[in-house]
Design a protein around this ligand. Structure first.
Ligand SMILES: Nc1ncnc2c1ncn2[C@@H]1O[C@H](COP(=O)(O)OP(=O)(O)OP(=O)(O)O)[C@@H](O)[C@H]1O
Ligand SMILES: [Mg+2]
Length: 469
């Protein structure tokens, strides 16, 4: 969940960081927010998030629902990381279940008396659809007028939840979109049978809207989070902090001028898919150990157990001795295996960024050819670009390990990288050495190293690298 406390006018918050920064200026005392969407799109989750975050800031919230029963709602909330009981005991949260059988007038009257007695500043009605659908024309106009005025009367915000048809482009029926100051439509796309959640900012009075549709996720414990692509202006300058390459030849090849990498760079390590050289993996591992980088390994090819075994081998190659491997690997490497075929692109991108939150210095994506094969390149490239930008803005060095399954995909990866290291099989037969190594850094001429150079490099590193554990 976004951190409550992020700023918006009048002190109210969406409880979702990205919404506060994008349209926070539309949220002020007297605002009406409409959350629309089809079943299961996340309306209740977002309404609860708004309610909870504002209650935490001291604005008591009333959650009125026709559907949910209290125990179920509290359980749903606690699984999202929202402790409603705690707030209720401090009189900052109240839940009321509204009967569907009484008239619109009586319902509005009962909401009114609760507001009067409870001093609520945030009111959620989940959902207005039930109320409006059963109402006569005149009652409907009365109800809309009531909703329109209620936020002003309490000097707070009102959140109206409405059910929408699956694919809707025109405004919601009943004039709801017209009376609301902010309209957020929650949707999902089904991609390869998997869910991709999207939040559309349909309207936000007083805020420029440049970004209409934003991917979001709902996760156990973390709740609802938005993943807007970083704006170009937000891309941070290169990080000052440098990273040492622990052998001189490779250092010069990867960075002819300084011999160092920077913490915000993307390094592509490519190799033939049918001749994956162990040194492709040694390179990031020796850099990680030499600089004592806390590293997230995201692997698309093997299980976490297999990755652990491989890292163990690579660390032994670099350190050339028998250090206490478990402890060392646990200290520097966190491994996460992901099957990109089991997850939509939107969810995969969000999941990867979420994993990166653990305060890492480096990330290694292993087998990036797999997600590139799983998704349509036209859709994958924007996701990759945004991911790279986000990682860069966090000051995390980004290693991408790629089997060259396709020259075109290799070029796509290379163009999004600051440094490229490609192991290639030499032309003409099976005599050792088999490989040559193509090294290039943005702004410099490419260089060619030999396989022996790499061997010497690892030898040199093994005398220099002594990470603590
Ligand atoms: N703890 C959780 N972990 C992961 N996903 C969750 C969790 N809780 C809810 N979800 C997901 O969030 C989705 C949206 O739930 P929510 O109840 O907010 O939707 P809704 O739009 O209010 O649905 P309805 O129209 O049925 O009221 C659920 O379908 C579920 O997939
Ligand atoms: Mg709901």
């Amino acid at each position: 969940m976004g951190v409550p406390g992020s700023c918006s006018y009048g002190g109210f918050t969406f409880g979702v960081e990205a919404l506060d920064s994008l349209i926070g200026s539309s949220l002020m005392p007297g605002s009406t927010i409409l959350l629309s969407g089809h079943p299961g799109s996340g309306k209740t989750t977002l309404a609860l998030t708004l309610c909870y975050a504002n209650a935490l800031k001291g604005y008591p919230c009333l959650y009125a629902s026709f559907y949910e029963d209290k125990a179920k709602l509290y359980t749903l909330a606690s699984r999202l990381g929202l402790n409603l009981e705690g707030l209720e005991s401090e009189n900052l949260f109240a839940f009321v279940k509204l009967p569907v059988t009484i008239s619109v007038g009586d319902i509005l009257e009962s909401i009114n008396s609760m507001i009067r007695d409870g001093g609520f500043k945030v009111i959620v009605l989940d959902s207005v659809t039930v109320l409006l659908e059963g109402a006569r024309e005149s009652e409907r106009a009365y109800a809309l007028n009531y909703f329109y005025n209620i936020s002003n009367i309490v000097g707070g915000i009102v959140i109206l939840v409405a059910e929408a048809p699956y694919e809707y482009k025109t405004p919601m029926p009943g004039g709801l979109e017209f009376i609301a100051d902010i309209v957020l439509a929650l949707k999902y796309k089904v991609e390869r049978g998997l869910i991709d959640r999207l939040l559309e900012i349909r309207k936000a009075r007083g805020s420029p809207i440049n970004l209409a549709e934003i991917p979001f996720t709902i996760t156990e414990g973390a709740g609802l989070r938005l993943w807007p692509p970083p704006l170009l202006e937000e891309i941070m300058e290169e990080h000052e902090e440098t990273i040492t390459v622990p052998c001189s030849q490779l250092a010069r090849a990867l960075s002819p001028k300084t011999g160092k990498l920077r913490k915000s760079e993307t390094i592509l390590i490519a190799y033939p898919p049918d001749a994956r050289h162990i040194y492709a993996g040694v390179i990031p591992v020796m850099i990680i150990l030499a600089n004592e980088l806390k590293t997230l390994v995201v692997g698309y090819k093997y299980s976490e157990r297999v990755y652990k075994y491989l890292i163990d081998e690579l660390v032994r190659l670099v350190l050339g001795e028998d250090p206490p491997m478990e402890a060392l690997i646990d200290k520097y490497f966190k491994i996460k295996s992901v099957n990109p075929f089991s997850i939509s692109l939107g969810q995969l991108s969000a999941f990867e960024l979420e994993m990166l939150e653990g305060g890492f210095d480096a990330v290694v994506f292993h087998g990036v050819d797999v997600p590139m094969l799983a998704f349509n390149v036209k859709e994958y490239v924007p996701a990759l670009y945004n991911q790279k930008t986000y990682i860069k803005s966090k000051g995390v060095i980004n290693f991408r390990m790629f089997s060259v399954v396709d020259e075109k995909l290799y070029r796509v990866n290379a163009t999004l990288s600051d440094v490229v290291l490609r192991l290639k099989l030499k032309e003409g037969g099976s005599r050792e050495p088999l490989y040559e190594v193509y090294a290039w850094r943005r702004g410099f001429k490419p260089q060619i190293l030999s396989e022996e150079n790499l061997l010497e490099c690892v030898k040199e590193a093994s005398t220099r690298v002594r990470p603590r554990w």
